[in-house]
Design a binder for this molecule. Structure first.
Ligand code: AMP
Length: 187
């Protein structure tokens, strides 16, 4: 039973309105499903949109932010829990522990790094929590093509490539992660 979802997403909002809409949608839907939102704790970019939407919809939000970023990423004042940690590694460890599953919205280096860490650990069997990319506006298309390339070149096993779950929308991702009839597939 999934009670909390850790969301990785950009500290920026991106250039297309679809990105903000998807973050808002995901926050709302998690709140409606009574699923706690665990995230990077900031009030900037898609992170801020996600947390605001979840809180406005009556959701429960857990932020995890390194002390050094408290000001730069504007630690969200409304989150029910805000964990201020010392390092990025502690941040990822706590975000990993607190979520029963991972949803990944568009983002930059930080988002990708966080995703690949949990994906690698899934591949190694260090955890068994599902991870789903939310491919808003086709944002991850090139990444998925590259992962096919990695598989074709013999660096990623086919069964590991299948761990990369993708949904076109937050709704599709939640259907996939929360274990109800699937509206998305592993692409
Ligand atoms: P970005 O996707 O680059 O906009 O970053 C999204 C979030 O990931 C921000 O909250 C960053 O602070 C965070 N982040 C960036 N690099 C790391 C890292 N190495 N470990 C943990 N979080 C990170």
């Amino acid at each position: 039973m999934i009670k909390s979802v850790t969301v990785f997403c950009g500290a920026s909002a991106g250039n297309e309105p679809q990105f903000v809409n998807a973050a808002r949608d995901l926050g709302r839907q998690l709140a409606k499903a009574n699923v706690h939102v665990v995230y990077g704790g900031g009030h900037v970019g898609l992170m801020g949109v996600l947390a605001d939407a979840a809180l406005q919809a009556g959701g429960y939000v857990v932020g995890v932010i390194p002390h050094e970023l408290e000001r730069r990423e504007l630690a969200h004042p409304g989150a029910q829990e805000m964990h201020v940690v010392n390092t990025m590694h502690e941040r990822k460890a706590l975000m990993g522990e607190r979520g029963d599953a991972f949803a990944i919205l568009p983002g930059g280096f930080g988002t990708l790094e966080e995703y690949f860490e949990v994906l690698t650990w899934l591949q190694l069997g260090f955890h068994a929590k599902p991870c789903c990319l939310i491919n808003t506006h086709g944002y991850f298309d090139h990444l998925l093509a590259f992962l096919d390339h990695s598989t074709n070149m013999g660096f990623v096993r086919k069964d590991h490539r299948a761990l990369v779950q993708v949904a076109p929308t937050p709704e599709g991702a939640l259907t996939l992660l929360l274990g109800t009839p699937q509206s998305a597939s592993a692409l």
